[in-house]
Design a protein around this ligand. Sequence first.
Ligand code: 5GP
Length: 207
Amino acid sequence: MKDEPKGLILCISGPSGVGKDTIIKELLKVRMGMCHSISMTTRPPRGEERHGVDYLFTDKSTFEALIESGEILEHDTYCSHYYGTPAKPILDMVEEGTDVILDITLKGAHEVVAKLPEAVTIFLMPPSLRSLEQRLRMRGTDPDDQIEARLERAIAEIMEAVNFDYIIVNERIPDTIETILAIYTAEQHRAKRLTNIAGKITSGQWN
Ligand code: 5GP
């Protein structure tokens, strides 16, 4: 019997517009076993976004009540809206051995690590501020003042990237995916995650 560690938590952070959504979608295609934690937010749906698929859309008072009752693992405020990770689904998935990907702000990633220290944090960096602005404008989903606010926040976030486990400059999607998969493989082989391996090998239970 192989070692059966808990699921791995991959927190993917980076400025709005850096391409986290695309990277996570591509990652889920090549690693079918991984799950994306569906966040809760008080911001209104954008474009084609659907409740329960892209986000769990809710109102401020419901969100605050969930924080109060401890049902939100971590949360942050972004451009005047709450965003957070519902605790139970992610804890259940990890416990049953499913790997979970979180699309999360920097504060959120640090809160996750404070509660679940085995979580792995990756910062996706834009190749330049100009490319980030172009992506935000091309997306066409945010008004000008929101784009300005997102860019301002991006600069502050980029300065904090050194506090992550890994930094990847997101230039080409296939290269970014390849790097994340390499990180994933390395993290799965961390001695700390394979705590029962010695016993299984010595007692002949590995295969
Ligand atoms: P957007 O409005 O562009 O979908 O997301 C805005 C920001 O919120 C992004 O940086 C995204 O990573 C972050 N975000 C999305 N879900 C969560 C969450 O559950 N928790 C936290 N802390 N941030 C989130």
